[in-house]
Each structure stands twice: as C-alpha cells, then as structure tokens.
Write a protein that binds this ligand. Structure first.
Ligand code: BTN
Length: 264
C-alpha cells in the first residue's frame, strides 16, 4: 500500500499544489475539512486527501460514494485574484486537467459533460465540486476544488443505484492503477493549467474543454429543480454557462442543472 501520507508528502514536496498536505484515514468530506482550514488561512495549494469519506458531497446535494482502499478523494485550496463570476472557469479547467490525465490510460475514450463530469465511454469516472468563499471586498477569498476519481473500485462494488452509470479507471484500462502516481500527476497537470488560466486567460482552456465535450451540436435537455431547458448545444461561455439554441432559435444561457442528450 503506497498510498499514504508519508509517500504523498515525499512526492509532493516543494510543489505549488500539495506541498502542504493533510491526509486522513476517514473524514466526512475533504471539501468541508479544507473549507475550514482555508477559513483559518491555509495557503494557496493546500490539499486534503482522505482514504474514505463518510459524507462525500456531490453536486446538487447528492452523495459521493467514497469507500476506502480504492479511489481518490482530494480537495485543493486556491486563492486566485479573480472576480467571483469567473470562478466556474476553475471547475471547467479542473475537468480538462482530469480528462488529460485519464486520457493517458484510456486514449480517445474520455469525454466531458457539462458542467463538470468526466466520463469514459459514456460512464462517469470523476466528479468535481468547487466551493467558493467571496471576500468582503467582492473578490474571491478562496476556492476549494474537490475531485473524486473512481480509480480501482470494481463495477460490482458501486451502489446499485449508480452501477450502470458509473465506471472506474481500472474497469476501463483493464489493470490496477497506482493512486500515488495518479494523484501526483493530477496535481501537476492541475497546476500547469491553473498557471495558464491566470497568465493567458480562459481561451485555450475553453477550446480544450470543448474538444473533450461530446454535447456540442447535439440536442440536450437541462433539468434544474422544476425548470427544463431544451435546445441544440452551441458551447459554453466565459462564465461557465452552457449556451443553447432553443427550437425557435433563441440563444439561452443555462447556469446550473443536470444535462442529458436527447435521442432522436
Ligand atoms: C459530483 O459529480 O456530483 C461532484 C462529486 C465531487 C466528489 C468529491 S470527492 C472529494 C471532494 N469531497 C467531497 O465531499 N466531494 C468532493
């Protein structure tokens, strides 16, 4: 078992993301732990990693299945000089970092689904949950980016409710993957793209995101609470919204919800 605090600390030593690491055998949610640490001034690049979560959080108040011994549950604290309206760019950038990484193991099979799911052959392998604290002066104080990757979990071990929609890297690549190596590569790729985002803007990251997204040009439906928006997907905008054209050709921005492609 090489996935432990000592080995992570050695491999992440001196890096911008992960030099300051907090590793737990069990937490309720790595995002919640890191949110508290960031409120108490944890620096940019601090990470929380856990072997398992008892209340792993997904989007829209869902749970994230987080058993021990097989997956990655990690949260990263960022302190970008950025207006809060642009914070969704960080979530999209994280999706590109994960998609780049997983493509090393499953070339050509990784896709991104708005707003932030990473899929392999149409099944969800990773979820991303970013949570922000705005400063009193109107900027971003910090953002906690939570990343859950199904690495070595086997299909039979997923909850029945998600078994047909979820997958893991080992199921798709056909062999076990080192969580230690994967975590180090994830943070390196994340840091490359984060640096690029802040230096050069969202343009090339948006292009990379769209290249991974298999929804563009297709009919989609987005459900949020009791609202349903349908239309042809045109792309995303600089605020992370999905841009669609409805049946009358009216252009609409959708800012939250569950998207699915409409067959037919
Ligand atoms: C989703 O797709 O619904 C988002 C899932 C995010 C799960 C990760 S696991 C690490 C971090 N801690 C949490 O409680 N959630 C995120």
């Amino acid at each position: 078992m090489d996935f432990n605090e000592q080995n992570l600390a050695i491999r992440l030593s001196g890096k911008r993301i992960g030099n300051n690491i907090h590793f737990f055998t069990e937490v309720e949610s790595t995002n919640d732990v890191l949110f508290k640490l960031a409120r108490d001034s944890a620096p940019h690049g601090t990470v929380v990693i856990a072997e398992c979560q008892t209340k792993g959080k997904g989007r829209l108040n869902r749970q994230w299945q987080s058993p021990p011994g097989c997956n990655i549950y990690a949260s990263i604290a960022l302190r970008p000089a950025m207006e809060p309206v642009y914070a969704p760019q960080i979530t999209l950038m994280t999706g590109v970092a994960v998609a780049d990484l997983l493509s090393e193991y499953c070339a050509g099979a990784v896709t991104l689904k708005w707003p932030n799911d990473v899929h392999i052959k149409g099944k969800k392998v990773c979820g991303i949950l970013a949570e922000m604290s705005a400063s009193a002066r109107g900027g971003v104080d910090f953002i906690v980016v939570g990343i859950g990757i199904n690495v070595n979990i086997r299909k039979k071990d997923f909850d029945e409710s998600i078994r047909n929609m979820a997958t893991s890297l080992t199921e798709e690549a056909g062999h076990n993957i080192s969580r230690l190596d994967l975590t180090v590569k994830l943070f390196d790729r994340f840091d490359d793209l984060y640096t690029r985002l802040l230096k050069s803007g969202f343009g090339s990251i948006k292009d990379a995101w769209l290249a991974y997204c298999d929804m563009v040009g297709k009919q989609a439906r987005v459900i949020f609470n009791n609202d349903i928006e349908s239309g042809k997907v045109l792309g995303i905008d600089d605020f992370g919204a999905l841009v669609i054209s409805d049946e009358k050709g009216k252009i609409k921005r959708v800012v939250a919800g569950d998207a699915s492609l409409v067959k037919g």
